[in-house]
Design a protein around this ligand. Structure first.
Ligand code: NAD
Ligand code: UFG
Length: 330
């Protein structure tokens, strides 16, 4: 079976490509390398000893996309490509709407014209807005607070409408919670440009002394220690969720949370990171970050029951692997 992986050179995409190759799938990657590097392909080869076909194309270019579909005869698509920085999306909304929506519409148009009916889409827990209760279930009300999140919600709606119009589509929407960690080899991981927005990449840079101190955004939330609680999931558990989604082949529109079901506070994550890596992470408490919610963690019962999803890695593994990736690539 041949899978088109859009955004396959990125953080989650590259880990998923490794899983797909290890499971015997053929892989075609389309990525414009806007937020990733070409050497990821060599690293994937080093880990799996298998080749992928790569096109450095922008999904917003419909002609190029048609070329890929006509040459490759893919059976299914996993759609990771997109811009993902929440703060940047507030300042550059048109860039986010243009990239994330045009690319997806092009992709779906090409799929329809080449009769490819199976797609797995990367959505986000951000579509739950500020949840009324926890853990978050898939049927909770949806809302967003920033253009990035709105693109995810709009794409979910586009997929829903597409399925209504054509019931032969097999669509899986995966709502990720907070992916961290890295591949055990130290070859693949998250390497954001500039100053990171997300917690784990920031902690790592404080640990390696690239940044002086972690700002902890608020300690007056109603949580175990006042700091924000999130559901951190190892990127390798998350990536394997995509293999499970592909294997669960039946037409329909299926939505799953991919998280561990456990909430961890900022300070709990910092303490675990310090302990397993035997390193100091200096931090100070600052004002809350605008738009943040106190707590967010998944109910992953549906993914467990219907996909056989079963996260293997704990918080210590996530902290160890995140640090190992950065140390290996310093
Ligand atoms: P990433 O930025 O590492 O990977 C995305 C890849 O898509 C990059 O390699 C980028 O170059 C490529 N890309 C972007 N626009 C493109 C276009 N128009 N044409 C071709 N390639 C394009 O991001 P990631 O963390 O691997 O996230 C993958 C997906 O998961 C994204 O859709 C993201 O919104 C979603 N997601 C991520 C998180 C997270 O915390 N990392 C959480 C929830 C959802
Ligand atoms: N935090 C800090 N200091 C930092 C960065 C983060 O204290 O320097 C705190 C935040 O306040 C929050 C927690 O760490 O309590 C996690 O923050 P992240 O920015 O790592 O993650 P978010 O949960 O805010 O958002 C992420 C992605 C979104 C996605 C969401 C759910 O950035 O795109 O997870 O999947 F929508």
């Amino acid at each position: 079976m041949k899978i088109l992986v859009t955004g396959g050179c990125g953080f989650i995409g590259s880990h998923t490509v490794v899983d797909l190759l290890n499971e015997g799938y053929e892989v075609v990657i389309v990525d414009n390398l806007y937020n990733s590097k070409i050497d990821v392909l060599d690293k994937i080869k080093k880990i799996t000893n298998k080749d992928v076909t790569f096109y450095q194309y922008d999904l917003c270019d419909y002609e190029k996309l048609q070329e890929v579909f006509s040459k490759e005869k893919v059976d299914a698509v996993i759609h990771f490509a997109g811009l993902k920085a929440v703060g940047e999306s507030v300042n550059k909304p048109l860039m986010y709407y243009e990239n994330n929506l045009f690319s997806t519409i092009n992709l779906l148009k090409a799929m329809k014209s080449y009769n490819v009916k199976k797609i797995v889409f990367s959505s986000s827990a951000t579509v739950y807005g500020s949840p009324k209760s926890l853990p978050i279930k898939e049927d909770f009300p949806l809302s967003t607070t920033n253009p990035y999140g709105t693109t995810k919600l709009m794409i979910e709606q586009i997929l829903t409408d597409l399925y209504k119009a054509d019931n032969s589509f097999d669509i899986t929407i995966l709502r990720y919670f907070n992916p961290i960690g890295a591949h055990k080899s130290g070859l693949l991981g998250e390497d954001p440009n500039g100053i990171p927005n997300n917690l784990m990449p920031y902690i790592v840079k404080v640990a390696t002394r690239e940044l002086p101190i972690l700002n902890v955004f608020g300690n007056d939330y109603e949580t175990v220690d006042g700091t924000g609680v999130r559901d951190y999931i190892h990127v390798c558990d998350l990536s394997y969720g995509h293999v499970l989604a592909l294997k669960n082949s039946k037409s329909g529109l299926k939505i799953y949370n991919l998280g561990t079901g456990h909430g961890t506070s900022v300070l709990e994550l910092v303490k675990t990171f310090e302990k397993v890596n035997n390193v100091k992470v200096n931090y100070k408490i600052v004002e809350r970050r605008e738009g943040d919610i106190a707590s967010c963690y998944a109910s992953n019962d549906k993914a467990k029951e219907e996909l056989g999803f079963s996260p293997k890695y704990n918080l210590e593994d996530m902290c160890r692997d995140s640090y190992n990736f950065v140390k290996t690539n310093q």
